[in-house]
Design a protein around this ligand. Structure first.
Ligand code: FPP
Length: 259
């Protein structure tokens, strides 16, 4: 096959995938620091490149029919990083909030920030609230997990139930008090950067999620790789512990979903 023809065929294949996209995809954006180190750049350059990749991947998600994306932007453990790196991440968040305000109509995306944002500066918290308010009528969902930890989220939910006087909580009661309650559990969780663990991300919600791990560092993650994962997901048979003779996955899980 002539090279040009091969190239065009590859391009054609990579711009979509066969099957149904998941409804809700969650991402652990790992590998920004190593991406920068490989280029002899400061770690914050890796986070900046990571933020650019995030925008491209979120666009690809919307275009392929994913309604909800949840991203792990800043964990409860990330405060242990140097002051310089934490400041760089907060400043990227600030820029990202402005970008959302400029583009939210075109992107038709409702943005929610999940986690305890009380340690962030007041101006950032005010912007977060503003972004959540102005985007609340949009169709797609973006959950940005910020100062988020899965165990802390479960404790938070249990404490709310206890304040409400619930003595014997059912699973659905806990799901209803998680930060993710409005958008439910993810169908798949993708972790870049080569590690095979959840690192305290969506611990409750991951129960039936398909987990995908790739060695690709987050800034290098492409929509072609995303679509390869969606194609694999589409072929999985999710039985949720029961028996189902369907061979094709239709996407979507309803636990906790209220919309
Ligand atoms: C993990 O890579 C990534 C983070 C701690 C931050 C992720 C943040 C972004 C992609 C920035 C943009 C997001 C928003 C919403 C502003 P790492 O630093 O742990 O990488 P390493 O494992 O190679 O050190």
């Amino acid at each position: 096959m002539p090279d040009l023809f091969k190239f065009l065929k590859k391009k054609e294949k990579s711009s979509s995938f066969e099957g149904t996209a998941p409804k809700h995809v969650a991402f652990i954006l790992d590998g920004n620091g190593r991406w920068a180190q490989k280029r002899l750049l400061p770690r914050k350059a890796g986070h900046k490149a990571g933020a650019e990749t995030l925008e491209k991947i979120l666009t690809a998600c919307r275009e392929s029919g994913v309604r909800t994306a949840t991203v792990y932007a800043f964990s409860t453990e990330n405060w242990k990083r140097t002051d310089d790196e934490v400041a760089a991440l907060i400043s990227l968040l600030d820029v990202y909030l402005d970008t959302i305000l400029k583009r939210h109509e075109a992107e038709n995306t409702r943005v929610r920030f999940l986690g305890d944002n009380s340690p962030f500066p007041d101006e950032i918290r005010a912007k977060i609230k503003h972004v959540e308010d102005v985007t609340k009528e949009h169709f797609y969902n973006l959950n940005v997990c910020l100062n988020y930890g899965g165990r802390a989220e479960i404790c938070h939910a249990v404490n709310i139930l206890s304040e409400k006087g619930v003595k014997e909580a059912a699973e659905k009661d806990i799901s209803a008090e998680l930060y993710t309650a409005p958008t439910g559990d993810p169908d798949i969780i993708i972790r870049t950067g080569g590690e095979h663990r959840l690192s305290n991300f969506l611990l409750w919600q991951a129960s039936y999620a398909e987990l995908f791990f790739t060695d690709t560092l987050w800034p290098d993650f492409t929509k072609e790789e995303l679509f390869d994962i969606f194609a694999k997901f589409s072929k999985t048979n999710r039985r949720y512990g029961g028996y189902d003779d369907k061979t094709e996955n239709k996407g979507g899980i309803t636990s906790g979903v209220t919309e």
